[in-house]
Design a protein around this ligand. Sequence first.
Ligand SMILES: Nc1ncnc2c1ncn2[C@@H]1O[C@H](COP(=O)(O)OP(=O)(O)OP(=O)(O)O)[C@@H](O)[C@H]1O
Ligand SMILES: [Mg+2]
Length: 278
Amino acid sequence: MEAISAESLTLGYGEDEIIKELDLTIPKGKITVFIGSNGCGKSTLLRSLARLMKPKNGSIILDGNDIANTPTKKIARNLAILPQSPVSPEGLTVLQLVKQGRYPYQSWLQQWSEKDEEAVTYALRVTGMDEFSDRKVDSLSGGQRQRAWIAMTLAQDTNIILLDEPTTYLDMTHQIDILDLLYDLNQTEQRTIVMVLHDLNLACRYADHIVAINNKKIYKQGDPDSIITPDLIHSVFGLQCQVTCDPICGSPLCIPFSKGRHLNDVKQQSLTELTNKL
Ligand SMILES: Nc1ncnc2c1ncn2[C@@H]1O[C@H](COP(=O)(O)OP(=O)(O)OP(=O)(O)O)[C@@H](O)[C@H]1O
Ligand SMILES: [Mg+2]
């Protein structure tokens, strides 16, 4: 069963087409990760799923309805998005930012409730941001700020969570903490998670479903074990690599070749030849 689907989706800016006639199904209750090179359209696609941009063509279906005709608050109670490089209003504190995640539940009749308070406290705690709640967001380090935004996204308490490079700026411990937290939300509460990740090895560890985007289309999609191969990495990223097995999780582990340091004799040999010529 799908959480969101896109049909014949064409996206772009002005005359430029970034994504062309793409069909996509995001499986419900699973973790889906978009991968692809810089500028291939991952953020554009993710933003369109949250109706932050209007398709040039095609439609996005959430809960059986085209999101183009769904009230904003209804979408926001179903789906939260953490965009890439979000900007917060100047002077906002972490607590004020995270409270904004509860906006879809507020109305004229429904004022701030105990449930809102609980959701905010929970989000601050699990992201390790409770100690920063009175700090101004623009005074935080890059990683702290990223966690404040993740807290806001979690406070929205939605079944579908979209995150664009959530681990950017985070040190290794916080990367794993955040991904483990999302995994936990997925496992215990069957939340649907859709992320853009650049770290292919973490993508392979956490994803049930990987969507590789290239040339305005889906190049390949499926579970990491069946789709991540040296051929795919070469076609999508133009990079030669070896794919081996993550010794901790058993998922595919991509090790890129490089012109720099190398543990083989070939470079040593050519260096010797070069030196001999001089
Ligand atoms: N607001 C905009 N106006 C015009 N062009 C844009 C705009 N936003 C993105 N683009 C262009 O659309 C293309 C896709 O951008 P997008 O941000 O979706 O890529 P991405 O796959 O998320 O890349 P990255 O990995 O660098 O985040 C790029 O060529 C980019 O320059
Ligand atoms: Mg992006």
